[in-house]
Design a protein around this ligand. Structure first.
Ligand SMILES: [Mn+2]
Length: 414
């Protein structure tokens, strides 16, 4: 979900001659697996996992699987699902890459459009109408089924979980045939790249789909490591391997996708509404459309760049006109090493009646989603709408300021 700083680049174009140009400028190499380019620890684990997944894929030969992404898929998820699809294809397993929310960040939209990344959006209506018996199993990549609306439907259809590959903390008991969970790795792209490195799929620079997928993986890896700033040795080694196939010109176009006016407006509102306290910058941005949801993390990315600010929290009420749905969505960005976004968000907002936290985080970033329950739903009366926002705004600020604790200048996250 990390995004580039505000860009003044002109609007991107979509050159059709990409592949030809890129191929000419690149030396043709047909890859032998670069087995030396991995730490010995990663190598041992990867060898073992690849042996295991080969057996699992063989067992499911000829089937059709659903690869479920989180509702708002990020570049790491999108690219890894694609790499997985290409791997599974070798076993005649057909994978449909699906998300049930929206592609919101302009970079993600550009990534999908420019690379032809084969992901599909299922609306709430599709979820209901779908013939789930088409599938014999489901797969979770860069998630564990807890951040996708697809999960209850897959469960209801009795789809077995065949594969889970993720780098988030374990979200509970997982009944899957194959699990590769590595919370210490910064990006799922690193894990998938390691699979490629040991030969689970041999990338070839003459295959334009391979080049585009490798470029997508490079983008996913960069995006989950704050443009490699938080990358560790494993991630750099994976990036080095991908560099043999990466199309730099294509990656550049993805990164320079321009922001929509509505996203710019949300960023502007966050600047105007921000409250600075104890090196925190807190901004409520009011109502925004479902498709602009990703403006919130982008606004937080921007606010955290202000002098003397180490942590930014931006939130708003996101509404989906078709579904009469409203939810409070927020993002946290921090440059403070000692602030754990996961702990901070869990501590600030607590749990719902079922004991589920409203959000969490990873290194330097976090997010939350608070359902509006009985107060949810559009109202024609603008005075009512304004009051509703003020109530939520005040409640969130109160929860955050309690933690920021200005009296004794201590930021308490426990
Ligand atoms: Mn990820």
């Amino acid at each position: 979900m990390d995004s580039a700083p505000v860009s003044t680049e002109p609007e991107i174009t979509f050159p059709e001659s990409y592949d030809a140009q890129a191929r000419l400028s690149r030396e043709t190499t047909s890859a032998k697996p670069l087995q030396g380019w991995m730490t010995s620890q990663a190598r041992t684990l990867t060898d073992q996992k690849v042996d295991e997944i080969r057996r699992v894929l063989e067992k499911h030969r000829g089937q059709r699987h659903l690869v479920a992404l989180q509702d708002f898929p990020d570049p790491d998820a999108l690219s890894c699902a694609w790499a997985y699809k290409l791997i599974a294809q070798q076993y005649d397993i057909r994978c449909d890459i699906v998300y049930a929310g929206a592609l919101s960040h302009q970079e993600n939209i550009a990534l999908v459009r420019l690379t032809g990344l084969p992901a599909q959006r299922w609306t709430p209506q599709t979820l209901k109408d779908k013939d789930w018996s088409l599938y014999q199993g489901c797969v979770f990549i860069d998630n564990q089924g807890t951040t996708t609306q697809l999960m209850p439907y897959a469960e209801q259809a009795g789809l077995p979980i065949v594969v889970v590959i993720d780098h988030h903390m374990a979200q509970g008991e997982l009944q899957a045939e194959f699990v590769d969970l590595r919370p210490q790795v910064r990006a799922t792209s690193t894990i998938l790249t390691q699979y490629l490195q040991v030969g689970l799929l041999n990338l070839n620079t003459n295959n334009s789909e391979h080049v585009k997928c490798a470029t997508a993986l490079m983008h996913g890896l960069r995006s989950d490591t704050n443009r490699l700033m938080q990358a560790q040795e494993e991630d750099f080694l994976a990036a080095a391997y991908l560099s043999r196939f990466n199309d730099a010109q294509l990656l550049n176009s993805v990164l320079h996708a321009s922001r929509s006016k509505r996203v710019m407006d949300v960023i502007e509102r966050s600047l105007r509404n921000r409250v600075l306290q104890n090196n925190f910058s807190i901004a409520g941005v009011g109502y925004l459309r479902y498709d602009d949801r990703d403006a919130i993390p982008q606004a937080a990315d921007f606010l955290v760049t202000e002098e003397n600010v180490h942590t930014a929290v931006v939130y708003g009420i996101v509404h989906d006109e078709d579904e009469e749905l409203e939810v409070v969505i927020g993002s946290l960005r921090t440059s403070k090493i000692t602030l754990d976004p996961d702990e901070f968000i869990k501590e600030a907002f607590g749990q719902d009646a079922q004991g589920r936290f409203f959000g969490g985080g990873r290194s330097m970033a976090g997010g939350f989603e608070i359902p509006m329950g009985f107060l949810s739903g559009f109202n024609e009366n603008s005075e009512y709408t304004r009051m509703k926002w003020e109530v939520f705004d005040a409640q969130i600020k109160q929860k955050l300021f309690r933690l920021i604790n200005p009296e004794n200048d201590i930021i308490s996250t426990v």
